[in-house]
Design a protein around this ligand. Sequence first.
Ligand SMILES: C[S@@+](CC[C@H](N)C(=O)[O-])C[C@H]1O[C@@H](n2cnc3c(N)ncnc32)[C@H](O)[C@@H]1O
Length: 246
Amino acid sequence: MSTVAVRPIVSSSSSSTTSPAGVDPTGLPSRVTTNLPISALTPEDAALRARITALCHEGWALWDRFEATAAERRFHPFVASDYAVVLEALWPGRCRGLRFLEWGSANGLITVMADLLGFTACGIELDANLSRTAHELARQFNSSARFVTGSFLPTGYRWRPSDGDARTGTLGTGSSGYQELGLALDDFDVVFGYPWDGEEPMMRDLMRSYGRADALLLLHSATTGITGYRGGRVVAGDWWPSTGDR
Ligand SMILES: C[S@@+](CC[C@H](N)C(=O)[O-])C[C@H]1O[C@@H](n2cnc3c(N)ncnc32)[C@H](O)[C@@H]1O
C-alpha cells in the first residue's frame, strides 16, 4: 500500500539513531559546505554562505532541543531535512526574488534560508509552537521570512487517488493557512516539501491541482535527495533556467 506514511529515513551519515541528517559527533553541521572551491565564490557569496552556515548551526541546535523533548509526546511528524542538501538545491536559484513557499515549515529553518538567499519566502506550519520558534528564528537572523500557523492544504482540496486509498499519512488537518498569508498556492514560483514516505503522490497532486503549471515543486527525500517537478513532471535538466528559457 503506497500511502502508509513511514518516518523519513535519517541519512546514513548521521552519527546516531537520534540525530538528524548532517549532524556529526561534535554536534556541528558538518555537511554545510560548499561544492565550489572557496576561491570561486565572490566576497558577497562567501559572506552569504557564512551567514547560512550560522543559521544551520542554530537550526540543528533547535532540532536537538526538540528531540530532547520527544519522550513527552507520543508522536510528532517533524523531522528535519538535510539542510546542506537543501542549500545546494536552492543556491543556483538565489537572488531572483522568486516567491518561495515551504509546506510544513516546522522551526522555519528552510524558509529563513530561502529568504536569506533572496527568495520572497513564506512557510505554513500546523504546529503553533513550531511556528513561534520559526518567527523567533527569523527575528534572530534579521529575516523577512513570513510564517503562518495553519494547514498548507487549500480549503476544499481532497486527495482522491485512483486506487481509492485517500489516507494522508502523517499530515494533519486544520484551517488552511493561505488566507492569512494573503496568497494562494498559484502565487508561488517555488514550493518545497519534505514528505514522509507515501505522502509524495498527494503533494504532487496538490501542486498539479492548485499550483501554477510553470512553478517548481521541490520534494526532499532522505534516501534520494531532492527531486524537482514542473507541470506534474520530473524536471530532468536545470531547475533554474534563466528568465525567458521556459
Ligand atoms: C517531515 S516535517 C518537515 C519539516 C521541514 N519542512 C523540514 O524540511 O525540515 C513535516 C512538517 O509538516 C507539518 N505538517 C503536517 N501536516 C501539516 C499540514 N496539513 N499543514 C501544515 N503543516 C503540516 C508537521 O508539523 C511538520 O513540522
